[in-house]
Ligand binder design. Structure first.
Ligand code: AMP
Ligand code: MG
Length: 311
């Protein structure tokens, strides 16, 4: 694509009325999320952009590495390890964390992936998965009510009738969902659903090493995904964390990863890490759901679409 065409496309996107509506809704979403967690006693911490330590993820992405005075840094894919270190000292934390995950171009057509996005990343010391599920069930209806009241005009212009869900949200175990609907269960169940729902107890090899293994010998994790209804799919992932050094080492080995990759985290774990639980909600996916957009790029003025060049 010619440079002039890229600039024209960007200006066209910025000038759309729907982009202005999305940004007004985005403004409400950030305010309500921030206020909610502050009122719940969470401390807002600054994001980490570059670090030798970042999320290994459970799927392949390109991995840009920056060298600074001979030391290598990755761009943050999530602040999972920083969150765990922080709650030891601060108790309950949240941050609006920009993540760079250079997704492969096959994700371009999903409507759900950007290679630069922001998540509100939340963690609480001594909390359980269930504590975090209850917190999200308090947050989402409150947020949707606030958006419906503050952004009634924008929702009307977008033709979106945003439902406020009842709580608690339905819960289905990963293996039950898979056996009832097959491999593509998340998409199918999301299409069928009228309300957000939880998928829990995800098999150990489907997620990263830091989610805590259930103690029932089932090889499932004490973790969860929240799935939006109407076909919008994953809203957030979260769970309890492994905190005992020997269990963390076992899980790194099980995933075929090396201790060297996570040496800083392991040293901190040897000093003692607390039990904790948390989750991360993708802001652009949340705004997409609220707006009822088919494509995530309509929520971002400068969207990084997988495989594409972008300003
Ligand atoms: P994860 O812990 O990897 O599930 O990421 C936390 C949340 O961030 C997900 O549940 C999504 O809401 C959001 N997210 C993850 N990857 C992307 C992406 N490539 N584009 C937009 N949002 C994403
Ligand atoms: Mg996830």
């Amino acid at each position: 694509m010619q440079q002039s065409e890229i600039v024209q496309n960007t200006l066209e996107r910025l000038s759309r009325e729907s982009m202005v509506h999305a940004m007004r809704i985005h403004t409400t979403v950030r305010k309500v999320l921030g206020d909610f967690f502050r009122e719940e006693g969470f401390l807002e911490v600054p994001p980490v952009i570059l670090s030798p330590l970042t999320d290994p993820l459970n799927h392949p992405v390109f991995d840009p590495v920056v060298t600074y005075y001979g030391k290598k840094y990755s761009l943050t894919k999530s602040m999972i390890f920083h969150k765990h270190l922080l709650v030891k000292y601060l108790g309950s934390i949240f941050t609006f964390s920009p993540n760079v995950r250079m997704e492969t171009e096959d994700k371009k057509s999903s409507g759900r992936h950007l290679w630069e996005f922001t998540q509100i990343d939340v963690e609480k010391r001594d909390a359980t998965r269930e504590d975090m599920m209850r917190l999200v069930e308090k947050l989402l209806p409150h947020l949707f009510r606030e958006v419906k009241s503050k952004n009634a005009q924008e929702l009307r212009a977008l033709g979106r009738d945003l439902p406020v869900p009842e709580t608690p949200f339905p819960v289905i175990k990963y293996l039950d969902a898979e056996s009832s609907r097959g491999e593509d269960f998340e998409r199918i169940l999301s299409k069928e659903a009228k309300t957000p729902f939880w998928i829990v107890d995800i098999p150990v090899m489907k997620r990263e090493f830091y989610d805590r293994m259930n103690d029932d010998g089932s090889s499932t994790l004490a973790d969860m995904d929240l799935i939006y209804p109407e076909g919008f799919q994953e809203a957030l992932s979260g769970g309890e964390r492994e905190y005992k050094p020997e269990r963390i080492r076992e899980r790194i080995k099980l995933k075929g990863q090396t201790e060297e990759q996570f040496s800083h985290y392991l040293s901190a774990a040897d000093e003692g890490l607390p039990p904790s639980a948390g989750f991360g909600i993708g802001i652009e996916r949340l705004v997409r759901y609220i707006c009822g957009f088919t494509r995530i790029e309509d929520t971002h003025p400068f969207p990084k679409i997988p495989g594409e060049f972008s300003l």
